[in-house]
Design a protein around this ligand. Structure first.
Ligand code: PEP
Ligand code: MG
Length: 578
């Protein structure tokens, strides 16, 4: 038996034969052609055929209820529009007298490099989409038959990498698991694998041609693949796989059940989402609300600064689609790892400690007001929570609320109907956690952003793979800040949730409940497993410990706007608001 490591994207066990997939390799000549017009026509036909194929895939995925995947193909079709980056680059090469194949190959290479040179990880990952479109156009130009990647038997598919259009061509009934040598956790293949829940390993560098046809076990739990496993490993992992299947079936029974401990303590289980396309997953996984709508994805998915109307439509769609569930929309958290060209942000030495989130919003009031107006307008269509990220000081919260009140006044004067909403902040900096008593006086709720809270408390860059050996998601300092924030919130009747990744960590559920957490907001797929955890906890055994005060119900109406003078900030912000 040999063991090879990779990076897991999805947990789970796959057992079976390996099928290696090799993408076709084409010989492309650099020679000039004699009939340029004929090549342009061949190119246009190939582009139109691939664009039509992408739209057909989009419709197929939509019909199957896979909104996220459908969105990928819709975006691919748009990338092939006349005069878009790819088309422009290809046409330039065609005009020099090259063949359609050469123009596609070189033109797409230029577009791929453009994406690869972008700072933002999300946009860098889009280079893989360009490669996918290039390969599809070359397949058409070379007349290749790409209808089947997998053969006819169920298998663990092993590939260099898989493009989204290759991934959706897979026959799911024959796919046991997926292993690739390349790929990133932000790639579309990873997104697809997650949404389909296939056991998946990426970055498995030791993939070898002679694996083809061998018996193997993909062990997502231990991030590895065993080639020719011994009987003991087969027996152990077969039992684990059977356990997983039984647990998955059992979890479905939890739909519609209350999220309550054995001794009767209720907790709200909400979902984290990135936009309207995720509404379906919220409902399917029976989330009781949305605890974090990362609104910056509305900005990241837009070519230009989104208008108030575009934002209003996105927020309204989610609020209406999920009413009467609560939907907490976090105001734009751009900056750090999420950069956007049209924002023209300066390059910084320490972006995570830099100009991001409310720091941008408070210094660009017109930009901020567009979002706040959109949120207030959307409040009439559901049950809204407005949440401000990256808070470190009380005056920031006061200022955010003042600008919100200003927008409200403007909209009321325009005769716009505004619904009820709660106001909250992310507690994701040690400063906010340590000043939680003071901050709680300003808001209805806190949501602990444990991803950033861990990064800032432990001085561990959350993006750095090199710091993995030093990272401890259960660092006692972080856990203490979480507990003390919950207690501080409750002293002021401010309810407290957790929306960072730690909220879904099953080994911490009992502690969080013991400390009195009111809400856990997690990836939709984690809702039912988490409900199962909650329902197995018995807090009565901790009764002898000093009890954490419980939050009392807050009045539903928003708090009256606090007109208290914000303490004068010093330095940079002082000059802005002083
Ligand atoms: C967090 O920091 O924990 C959080 C939920 O926000 P994000 O991951 O978007 O920074
Ligand atoms: Mg954060």
């Amino acid at each position: 038996m040999e063991t090879f490591k990779g990076t897991k994207i999805v947990n789970g066990i796959a057992i079976g034969k390996i099928k290696i997939y090799r993408a076709p390799v084409y010989e492309i000549s650099e020679d000039l052609v004699s009939d340029i017009a004929a090549e342009i026509e061949r190119y246009n036909k190939a582009r139109a055929k691939v664009q039509a194929d992408q739209l057909a895939l989009c419709e197929k995925e939509k019909a199957a209820g896979h909104e996220e995947t459908a969105g990928i193909f819709d975006a691919h079709a748009a990338m092939l529009d006349d005069d878009d980056v790819i088309d422009e680059a290809c046409k330039e090469i065609l005009s020099e007298g090259h063949s359609a194949e050469y123009a596609v190959s070189e033109g797409c290479k230029a577009a791929e490099e453009m994406f690869l040179n972008m700072e933002d990880e999300y946009f860098r990952a889009r280079s893989a989409d360009v490669v996918d479109l290039k390969n599809s156009m070359l397949d058409v130009l070379f007349g290749a038959d790409t209808s089947s990647l997998q053969g006819t038997e169920p298998a663990i598919l092993v590939a260099e990498d898989l493009a989204p259009s290759e991934t959706v061509k897979l026959d799911k009934s024959l796919l046991l698991g997926l292993v690739t040598r390349l790929g990133s956790s932000n790639s579309h293949t990873a997104i697809l694998a997650r949404s389909m829940n296939w056991p998946t390993l990426i970055q498995c560098h030791d993939i070898a041609d002679d694996w083809d046809g061998k018996f193997a076990i993909l062990d997502g739990y231990n991030s590895c693949i065993y080639i020719d496993p011994d009987q003991k490993t087969i027996d152990e992992l077969s039992a684990k796989q059977a356990e997983d299947k039984a647990r998955e079936e059992k979890l479905k029974e939890l739909k519609g059940q209350p999220s309550v401990t054995l001794d009767g303590r209720k907790v709200k289980l909400y979902a984290n989402i990135g936009g309207p396309k995720d509404v379906k997953a919220v409902i399917e996984n029976d989330a009781e609300g949305v605890g974090l709508f990362r609104s910056e994805f509305v900005y990241l998915n837009s070519k230009d600064d989104p208008t108030e109307e575009a934002q209003f439509q996105a927020y309204k769609q989610v609020l209406e689609g999920l009413a009467p569930r609560m939907v907490i929309i976090r105001t734009c958290d751009i900056g750090a790892d999420k950069t956007i060209d049209y924002m023209h942000l300066d390059k910084e030495d320490n972006p995570a400690l830099g100009y991001r989130a409310v720091r941008i919003c408070l210094t660009r009031p017109d930009f901020f007001k567009r979002q706040l107006r959109a949120l207030l307008r959307a409040s009439a269509f559901g049950n809204l929570g407005i949440m401000f990220p990256m808070i470190i000081s009380r005056w920031e919260v006061v200022k955010c609320k003042e600008i919100l009140a200003e927008c409200r006044k403007e909209l009321e004067a325009e005769g716009v109907q505004i619904g009820k909403y709660e106001i909250g902040i992310m507690i994701e900096t040690p400063a906010a956690a340590l000043c939680a008593d003071e901050l709680a006086e300003e808001v209805d709720f806190f949501s602990l952003g444990t991803n950033d809270l861990t990064q800032y408390t432990c001085a561990i860059d959350r993006q750095s793979a090199n710091l993995e050996p030093f990272a401890n998601t259960h660092h006692p300092a972080v856990l203490r800040l979480i507990r003390e924030t919950i207690e501080a919130g409750h002293r002021h009747n401010t309810w407290v949730g957790i929306c960072g990744e730690l909220g879904a960590d099953p080994t911490l559920t009992e502690d969080f409940l013991k400390w009195g957490v009111d809400e856990l907001s997690v990836n939709p797929k984690s809702i039912l497993p988490l409900r199962g955890n909650v329902r197995s906890v018995d807090l009565s055994k901790f009764k002898t410990e000093s009890p954490t005060p419980k939050a009392e119900a807050k009045p539903e109406a928003p708090k009256p706007e606090v007109k208290a003078e914000a303490p004068k900030p010093k330095g940079f912000f002082g000059r802005l608001f002083g």
